[in-house]
Design a protein around this ligand. Structure first.
Ligand code: ADP
Length: 266
């Protein structure tokens, strides 16, 4: 029941969706999932909660239109693909939230933005303004400008940085697994879910972290890094499966399992 308590207590929640969660097995953005989530998020907002979303999926969305670029590995084609896909991704989110009367805004960030105090302050103020006005910011990395050396590289880190920047009360990472396991559950059917993590350093030593799903960029390691970052700022994190109907309600009701990374006072 720790998960339901954390969700009940949090006023400001950052949600992160991985590409595989958004696309499922189809290789296309799962519009139904987005709409369903938007409905649940709207309920939370009506209860007085504020939300920010960090969304991957630009590449997958791009491929659904520019399928012929699938084999092009050249950096500029990949960036072009993300530029095409980002528009589609935001269209999908906009349609999803529109149904529930919610407006969204796009924020594209790079690593440099977090290293510069003036930019950081601007980002923070913009986030606060949008949310105060009842608009849901949807954040992604600006892949068009980010070559490998200057990239944040994965949206787990971006989500953690955004949660810290916005002084969130809770970060929820949605992936295509129920949480952190002692072994990669995709490779080992006997893997067991770790439901509560107090000591991330200790967990790193005992958990096998190899492999990631087809469109994932970080795997489980960047999720542990994200947890470490937010927990050090007093923000707890939940890692859960985001691809099922009613996920938020199920987590809030304590009927869906996940992994909770607790801060000391919890
Ligand atoms: P996302 O796109 O949601 O960010 P990733 O594919 O980057 O997801 O990372 C999640 C994947 O990490 C899982 O699908 C799983 O295959 C892999 N993984 C490796 N080790 C573990 C582990 N110990 N527990 C959970 N998942 C693991």
């Amino acid at each position: 029941m720790v998960i339901s308590r954390l969700i009940a207590d949090a006023r400001k929640i950052v949600f992160k969706f991985g590409s595989n969660t958004l696309a499922g097995d189809t290789g296309r953005i799962n519009q139904e999932l987005l709409e369903e989530f938007a409905g649940q998020a709207a309920v939370l907002i009506k209860k007085g909660k504020q939300i920010v979303i960090v969304s991957s999926g630009a590449q997958i969305a791009g491929l659904s239109i520019m399928g012929k670029w699938a084999r092009k590995k050249d950096l500029h084609y990949r960036q072009a693909l993300c530029a095409v896909g980002q528009v589609e991704l935001m269209r999908a989110w906009r349609r999803a939230f529109e149904i529930h009367g919610q407006r969204i805004a796009q924020i594209l960030l790079t690593r440099d933005d977090f290293g510069d105090s003036i930019r950081t302050l601007n980002m923070r103020n913009t986030l606060f303004t949008l949310v105060d006005e009842g608009i849901i910011p949807i954040i992604n990395e600006n892949d068009t400008v980010g070559v490998e050396e200057i990239k944040i590289g994965d949206n787990d880190t971006l989500a953690a940085q955004s949660a810290v920047l916005w002084s969130a009360d809770l970060l929820i990472l949605f992936s295509d697994i129920d949480g952190l396991y002692d072994k990669n559950p995709k490779e080992d059917p006997g893997a067991e879910l770790v439901e509560t993590v107090q000591d991330i350093a200790a967990v790193r030593k005992i958990v096998a972290t190899g492999g990631m799903s087809s469109f994932g960029t970080g795997g489980i390691v960047t999720k542990l890094d994200a947890a470490e970052r937010v927990v050090s700022y007093g923000i707890p994190m939940i890692l859960a499966h985001g691809g099922r109907r009613g996920v938020l309600e199920a987590l809030a009701a304590g009927t869906q399992r996940g992994t909770v990374f607790l801060v000391e006072k919890d």
